[in-house]
Design a protein around this ligand. Structure first.
Ligand code: PLP
Length: 284
């Protein structure tokens, strides 16, 4: 693979970053994952906008302009012949001369930037036909989950807790209600209504979430942005998750209880179809 590191396109085996990079030492970095279908970037503008927000909340500078960023994404798709998969982008607070808790002066220490592509079947994901199984775990992350930081140890631990129980993922619970999945937003469906937690600093503002809710309303589904419990989810007709790397992914079991028929639900599958069709129209 050809990757992009601080202004250069290089083979992945030659890409280097400093051991003093603050993302390495302190998870002081933000990231985005943009999916690619038919060699095109899905909702690039949405991801670019959220990136700007993450950077500004952490007073971090973007080392490139948004036009340059789009250009780098496209160049990597081209150089790697990427038809389907995604692009991972990370911006870090850079590599000061030494480790220090205080943030370095951005005029002296420029931000670091790294991008790489990955190939993955997204439209014909094998797990769509079966759906996924989730467990619930307490949400023990920090409280600024609206910022997409590289501080991912708890979500990754949560995923392992799920795997150890023979499941695919974990939904995190705080004060008795579901926040989100380890790397996705969580939803339940009751009749014609799609229910998902409202936006706040407690969850990541999913780019796929925003698009799916918009398309759902356009398709005459009712959307309720409110809290729900694991017990309510277990009694729902359907459940699903969304993220850039799964789109709409049906959930068929929560903590051992089958959801609805125990098979991917019609509403979830319909939303998935609509999402893929509509988002391709604006893909760049
Ligand atoms: N929630 C969390 C915690 C995530 O890590 C992610 C994606 O990585 C999402 C939600 C989904 O966001 P998006 O749809 O922008 O991929």
């Amino acid at each position: 693979r050809t990757v992009y590191v601080n202004g250069e396109y290089v083979p992945e085996t030659e890409a280097k970053v400093s051991i003093f990079d603050r993302a390495f030492l302190m998870a002081d970095g933000v990231y985005e994952v943009t999916s690619v279908i038919d060699g095109k970037l899905v909702d690039f503008d949405g991801h670019a906008k959220r990136l700007e927000r993450s950077l500004s909340e952490l007073e971090m500078r973007n080392p490139v302009t948004m036009d340059e960023l789009l250009e780098i994404h496209r160049e990597l798709v081209k150089r790697n012949d990427l038809e389907e998969g995604g692009i991972y982008l990370q911006i870090t607070r850079g590599a000061p001369a030494d480790r220090d808790f205080a943030w370095p002066d951005p005029d002296e220490v420029p931000s670091g930037i790294v991008l790489f592509t990955f190939a993955k079947k997204l439209v014909e994901m094998p797990s769509i036909k079966t759906g996924i199984k989730v467990i619930s775990i307490p949400d023990e992350r920090w409280s600024r989950r609206d910022i997409k930081t590289t501080q991912l140890l708890y979500p990754s631990w949560g995923k392992m807790m799920a795997k150890k129980k023979g499941c695919d993922d974990a939904w995190m619970v705080e004060e008795g209600v579901v926040t989100e999945g380890t790397s996705n937003n969580a939803y339940i469906v009751k009749g014609n209504t799609i229910i998902t937690r409202a936006l706040s600093n407690d969850i990541l503002h999913g780019i796929t979430r925003a698009a799916v809710l918009r398309f759902a309303e356009e398709a005459q589904f009712k959307v309720e942005e409110r809290d729900f419990t694991i017990a309510e989810a277990q009694e729902a007709d359907e459940a699903f998750i969304t993220s850039a790397t799964t789109f709409v992914q049906p959930v068929v079991e929560i903590d051992g209880a089958a959801i609805g028929t125990g098979k991917p639900g019609d509403v979830s599958l319909r939303l998935r179809e609509i999402y893929i069709e509509e988002s391709l129209k604006t893909a760049k």
